[in-house]
Write a protein that binds this ligand. Structure first.
Ligand code: SPV
Ligand code: MN
Length: 602
């Protein structure tokens, strides 16, 4: 009975926590939380209602427990260190649990029964002496038919603090809707910590996703991509749910671009890490989202919602000249920011690679002190890590689009796919139609490793829809979903491929960072049928004159016909090689739709 559950809960949770949980009339939730506390044995339980006091409490606990260290310049700028072996997503130990461990092509899977058994042993007693935090979140705007819901259980105040910045706290919705809700569950423990506060048992780090019960488990890790449930853990659950229900959950930004006059057209965009995703989002006219998008068919129209309200962005290289807006947010005394894996100087300043000042002695992701420490290979540890990040509210952006809160999302006029490609794709190209775009742009996305030496072609990694790391269905099934979704639309979004990394024979980049604004503007004209395009064997490319006008108007630059010809020459041989590579991959992925092969070969 419910009373029985509440009695069992009260052995771990005080009266206030029990009362807060009991206000949500969902018996299954109480059952699950009771099972979880009995297995993990926390010393106390805190239930986050999202009130000012609760948000403040989480921040305070993160600082008290030294999970976060405040800077001297702004007490709401704190620094968190994940630990030297815990600085990024752990591909190897992230698994989708499947019955009998049945494989999903190109996706890491594990045997569900064995995985759940293994987790039970790892979790047993793991929160002894620790405080457990329980939070309730909306993954999307309040009152939206797009929105998913999530319950986060964690022993890290940093994780809950991050979640409070990145997502809408929706305890009230859970109280109101109670047992009629469907939601995702996230169970995280940082595990035993060492003297630096890093997760000690890295060899027992596990990130397991159970799509059967809609739960993700994460343990012995702190890095947000492994732990903050609603970020990439929910993406995998969301992809799976979308696949079953015929909508898209994507690793995409959502931006608005003004065409002629003040009409805004919306675009979503998928780019692998380090390929210009954030900078494209910030060069657009408005920003709805910078990382994730849920796209549904609403009366025949594709509409997109950003499930998040914050950014977990790469800080490396952020500087006042190229990124004035982000730099301003990160330097302001008015903002709340969690910095991770940057340098915190002795005198309490946050430093990252890109700050105009010189780094001074301090603590960084390798502990105390920088400079001085060497990595395993004997090289000096840099002051801040290349994957150092900032966590902050998206509402600080001056370009944030108020429609971020629109329960019906924004209409999607176009989808953009881009990778790091030195020699194949032109800077911008429109696909002939939805299927052609899904096949030749989204499903064929490749990106060169960012360590590519100048002049030499880097090794290409296949990363369909820039979502390979987060797929819970096979890439073939994901393509089939896009075909199915497109079939149901009255007007399908146009699809674009972009490439910011084209080089000449000498290895020099042919375009500049700011040029992406011109490509975006061209797309906005195209979706409103305001300019024509030239048909090539691979797609539709801009007419020279249209670009020349845009370069002049947007950037005050001349755009020569010579450069145009260099940029927009279709490299047929390279395209054929690419098609060949992609074909070889999908030939080994069972379930890839016939239409995919027919379109690619054509
Ligand atoms: C990405 O890698 O795509 C990110 C950061 O946005 S993480 O949350 O680690 O996935
Ligand atoms: Mn991402």
């Amino acid at each position: 009975s419910v009373t029985g559950l509440l009695t069992r809960l009260s052995r771990y949770a005080d009266e206030r926590a029990v009362e807060r949980l009991s206000r949500i009339s969902d018996r299954r939730l109480l059952e699950w939380i009771t099972e979880v506390v009995e297995l993990l044995e926390p010393a106390s339980v805190f239930v986050n209602t999202g009130s000012r006091e609760d948000l403040e409490y989480i921040r305070m606990r993160a600082v008290e427990k030294r999970e976060e260290i405040p800077s001297r310049y702004n007490p709401r700028h704190t620094v968190h260190f994940d630990g030297i072996y815990d600085l990024a997503r752990d591909r190897e130990n992230t698994r989708i649990l499947t019955p009998g461990g049945s494989p999903i092509p190109m996706v890491n899977t594990g045997n569900r029964d064995e995985g759940l058994r293994e987790l039970r042993e790892i979790y047993r007693g793991i929160m002894r002496g620790k405080e457990m935090y329980i939070g309730f979140y909306c993954f999307g705007p309040r009152g939206s038919p797009f929105t998913l819901y999530g319950v986060q259980v964690t022993d890290s105040a940093y994780v809950m603090h991050s979640e409070n910045i990145l997502y809408r706290v929706c305890y009230d919705v859970f109280v109101e809707k109670g047992g009629s809700m469907r939601y995702m569950r996230f169970l995280h423990s940082a595990g035993e910590l060492n003297e630096y506060g890093w997760s000690r048992n890295i060899s027992k780090r596990r990130i397991y996703i159970d799509t059967v019960d809609n739960i993700t488990y994460s343990v012995n890790t702190q890095y947000a991509g492994n732990t903050v449930g609603l970020k990439k853990l929910s993406l995998r659950l969301c992809v799976n749910q979308g696949y079953r229900e015929n909508w898209l959950c994507e690793h995409m930004f959502i931006v608005g671009v003004k065409g002629t006059g003040d009409t805004i057209s919306y675009f979503t965009g998928a780019f692998p890490a380090g390929c210009g995703k954030t900078s494209t989002a910030l060069i657009a006219d408005t920003v709805v989202g910078d990382d994730l998008a849920m796209i549904r068919n609403v009366n025949g129209e594709a509409r997109a919602v950003n499930p998040e309200i914050g950014m977990f962005g790469i800080i490396d290289g952020v500087n006042p000249v190229d990124d004035p807006e982000i730099y301003g947010i990160l330097s302001s005394r008015e903002t709340e920011v969690i910095f991770s894996n940057v340098l915190l100087t002795e005198d309490g300043e946050v430093w990252w690679n890109g700050k105009p000042s010189e780094p001074r002695r301090g603590v960084n992701y390798a502990g105390e002190w920088w400079p001085g420490k060497l990595d395993e290979k004997g090289r000096p540890i840099p002051p801040s890590h290349p994957n150092a990040r900032f966590t902050t509210s998206i509402f600080y952006l001056s370009k944030v689009d108020p429609r971020i809160n629109d329960p019906n999302g924004v209409p999607v006029s176009g989808m953009i796919f881009g990778g790091r490609d030195s020699d194949t794709w032109v800077p911008v190209e429109e696909a002939f139609n939805w299927v052609h775009g899904i096949v030749t742009k989204g499903a064929s996305l490749e990106s060169e490793r960012t360590t590519a030496v100048l002049g030499k072609a880097g090794e290409r990694e296949f990363n369909p829809f820039a979502i390979l790391d987060f797929l819970s269905v096979s890439p073939g099934e994901f393509i089939e979903l896009h075909f199915r979704f497109g079939d149901g639309l009255e007007k399908q979004p146009r699809i674009y491929g972009v490439n910011y990394f084209l080089r000449d024979e000498a290895g020099r980049y042919l375009t500049e960072k700011v040029d992406k604004r011109v490509w975006l503007k061209w797309m906005a004209l195209r979706v409103n049928n305001e300019v024509d395009a030239l048909e090539t064997p691979t797609g539709l490319i801009p007419v020279y004159e249209d670009l020349a006008v845009l370069f002049k108007r947007e950037l005050g630059k001349e755009f020569s016909i010579e450069l145009y010809e260099k940029l927009f020459t279709v490299r047929v041989g390279k395209h054929l090689e690419k098609a060949e590579r992609i074909l070889r991959i999908y030939e080994n992925i069972p379930g890839t739709p016939r239409l995919f092969f027919d379109t690619l070969i054509e």
